[in-house]
Design a protein around this ligand. Structure first.
Ligand SMILES: O=C(O)CCC(=O)C(=O)O
Ligand SMILES: [Fe+2]
Length: 301
């Protein structure tokens, strides 16, 4: 068996030293483990958030059903025939205090739960800004020109009810994330997440408490004129345990996605026609192309 390739690790406190490593990780893998971000998102807040999230996912179905979609797929997702083990709650824009407030009200969150969710949303947003800025600058793009401060941030909490019977079956099928960046606080103990490497092989993402997984999605590929990799991933049931993860998605601009001028030249002609994140998302849903294939429909003639 070939030696297993390891997912790259990026130290947020070591920039600009880590710039070339960040670019390599984002081009080759489209994902990396992030360490040393605790001044922005403290370990205690991550642990408190995990407790809150577990109790929200344990609410009775009739309460969870109040968590309605704001855009397709943003609200409660009950276990389905396709994904019988999987369930999720979510909100459209965690950068909007009103959206966070609505989400908390729908689920009758206590003042302590509300406070934890608000602080987590602020921390994750700040982390997105920091990763986005480092990524842009590492690519030679002026970060103040991309405007990511105004991009919506979807938030989703995932629960996988793995049972002895389900070992070996999928929790979530292969997909790419549709947005620009994803910050995933995965389960501290239960693995199952797998990312596809360059050769098409699935590599397990083993739990590593005290770190986060960052994924690049379809918008990163569009925005970078094809330079950055939108990582394909899935969740497999490996053991009969409950698995809980917290995913935050920095989606993309509300306006048209334009690659920065630094990433387009004669050697790198424009690969994709202009679109908005929302139109792209609708296209993914209508074509049922959830693993990045919808990008091919946007190729320039
Ligand atoms: O639960 C996980 O580890 C991954 C979830 C995921 O890929 C997603 O929510 O898009
Ligand atoms: Fe995902």
């Amino acid at each position: 068996m070939a030696a297993q390739r390891n997912i790259p690790v990026i130290d947020l406190l070591d920039f600009p030293n880590q710039s070339s490593k960040l670019v390599a990780a984002s081009e080759e893998w489209g994902c990396f483990r992030l360490i040393n971000y605790h001044d922005v998102l403290p370990a205690t807040l991550m642990a408190d958030m995990k407790t809150v999230v577990r109790s929200l996912l344990d609410l009775p179905a009739e309460i969870k059903q109040r968590n309605l979609d704001v855009i397709t797929g943003s609200g409660y997702m009950a276990p389905s025939a396709k994904n019988p083990l999987y369930e999720a709650l979510g909100l459209y824009d965690m950068a909007s205090p009103r959206d966070v407030d609505n989400f908390c009200s729908q689920l009758d969150a206590s003042p302590h739960q509300r406070e934890t969710i608000m602080r987590y949303a602020e921390g994750v947003h700040e982390l997105f800004m920091s990763i986005g800025k480092n990524l842009a600058e590492s690519l030679g793009v002026k970060s103040e020109n991309i405007g990511i401060e105004n991009w919506p941030c979807q938030f989703r909490i995932n629960k996988y009810n793995f049972t002895p019977d389900s070992v070996g079956s999928p929790g979530v099928q292969i997909h790419t994330d549709s947005g620009f960046l994803t910050i995933l606080q995965d389960d501290e103990e239960v693995g199952g997440l797998e990312v596809m490497d360059h050769s098409g092989e699935f590599i397990p993402v083993d739990p590593w408490p005290g770190t986060l997984l960052v994924n690049l999605g379809d918008m990163a590929t569009l925005w970078s004129n094809g330079r950055l990799c939108n990582v394909k991933h899935r969740v497999q049931c490996k053991e009969a345990k409950l698995r809980v993860s917290i995913a935050s998605f920095l989606l993309g601009p509300k306006e048209t996605v334009e690659p920065p001028k630094e990433l387009v030249d004669d050697d790198h002609p424009r690969l994709y026609v202009a679109t908005t994140y929302e139109d792209y998302r609708k296209m993914r849903f209508s074509t049922k192309l959830h693993a990045g294939e919808a990008l091919a429909l946007l190729h320039t003639p």
